[in-house]
Design a protein around this ligand. Structure first.
Ligand code: GLY
Length: 392
């Protein structure tokens, strides 16, 4: 079904009471999980509802530390601060020893753990780790094409591409510029988003997941999907990364041209939501499909809209806030975990990756919790309940 901003208004919206109740529930789950996940981290996605304990590897461990920081902000309970502090030590070790960091996800990993630690507690270890991470990410910047290479060894021909997810890795570069006074980090980030949006945004306002750049000329070459259903479809989480990524760059660059991009990407997302407002993993699928949902895409989009309302005129801000509050209501009602016997995650019904004919994935974390879904769900609740100062 095609949604509109008018049709969305018929749904109930989250209010403070419901958000508080949902937050209390989420904090309760996080508290129970601390025993398992303080020295270890939860796996990227759950298995039959439960996370496995892992070392500090992959691109996803920062989300859990971010969840703990959000629980600390909400409760001011020192137990959360202590646990997050232990994890910050682990992140400093990780970046010093370059453990599983040959990729662009330094923002996902270090903004929510270490920049957060620095902003909330003045942690010098957090600052050191995050600056090392920003330097490491800066090494992935390719002058030929002016973008940050997502995966693989830098400069490798078969990996010369950007991906839309990287927009969430830019804030650590903006932050590094603010913190050190060195403009080069922010310049790379600004160049990257300009290149990325030129490449990934299609005429119908959907987005490519990944885009190859011609190594010789630096010109955009062609788009392909990695996690979407088809090369030309709109992977729901990719579209959501676009929404929040644009909002974050708008915040740091204070450039009003990002408003139009935000409206295009977000309106596509809203228009393609199914009847219950929880997106399927790809917008190829709609109400009635047996394909799985990706609740995390909705949570990311809500956070992006709630950030962007700060830079919009009053009427537009109200429109996107109203939409975000309705999607969050649906997430609380349909996806919030309320039974720790069945799951130790916060947000049910996410999909990490789904196998399709045109993508390069095998099924992973299908209809499961994932750590980023948990994080963005809790960030969304925090945004409703407070005038939140971002970790990004
Ligand atoms: N950034 C990887 C993903 O969204 O799955």
């Amino acid at each position: 079904m095609a949604q509109t901003f008018e049709s969305i208004m018929k749904y109930p919206a989250v209010d403070e009471e419901l958000a508080r109740k949902a937050m209390e529930g989420a904090v309760g789950v996080v508290r129970e999980d601390l025993g398992k996940f303080t020295k270890k981290f939860p796996s990227s996605n759950s298995f039959d509802g439960f996370y496995e304990a892992t070392e500090n590897v992959e691109w996803t461990t920062g989300f859990w530390t971010g969840v703990i920081w959000l629980a600390y902000e909400y409760t001011r309970d020192e137990a959360f601060k202590e646990a997050a502090g232990i994890q910050v030590d682990s992140f400093l070790e990780r970046i010093k020893n370059k453990i599983d960091v040959n990729h662009h996800d330094m923002g996902f990993l270090f903004s929510l753990s270490c920049v957060a630690a620095y902003k909330l507690t003045g942690s010098e270890k957090g600052k050191e780790a995050a600056l090392l991470a920003a330097d490491h990410l800066a090494e992935r910047y390719r002058e030929k094409g002016k973008f940050l290479q997502a995966w693989g060894n830098v400069g490798e021909a078969s990996e010369y591409r950007l991906i839309i997810d990287c927009l969430l890795n830019l804030p650590i570069l903006y932050w590094a510029s603010e913190t050190t006074g060195e403009k080069r980090y922010a310049q790379m980030a600004a160049n990257h988003i300009r290149t990325a949006m030129k490449c990934v945004l299609r005429e119908d306002d959907s987005t490519y997941h990944t885009y190859f750049i011609d190594m010789e000329t630096g010109e955009p070459a062609y788009g392909v999907t990695h996690q979407g259903n088809r090369n030309n479809s709109a992977w729901a989480r990719g579209q959501a990364w676009g929404i929040y990524g644009i909002a974050l760059s708008c915040h740091y660059l204070k450039d009003e041209s990002y408003i139009d991009l935000f409206v295009r990407v977000t309106d596509f997302f809203i228009r393609h939501l199914p009847e219950d407002l929880i997106p399927y993993w790809d917008f190829d699928f709609d109400t009635g499909s047996a394909e799985p949902r990706d609740s995390s895409a909705a949570a990311i989009a809500v956070c992006g809209m709630l950030e962007m309302v700060k830079y919009l005129d009053k009427a537009r801000a109200a429109k996107y806030r109203d939409a975000a509050y309705r999607i969050l209501y649906a997430l609380i009602k349909e996806c919030a975990n309320t039974d720790t016997e069945k799951s130790d995650g916060l947000l049910l019904h996410g999909t990490y990756a789904r196998d399709s004919r045109e993508n390069t994935c095998t099924n992973r974390g299908v209809d499961e919790c994932n750590t980023w879904g948990d994080y963005f769900y809790m960030e969304a609740l925090t945004r409703v309940l407070s005038d939140w100062k971002m970790y990004w």
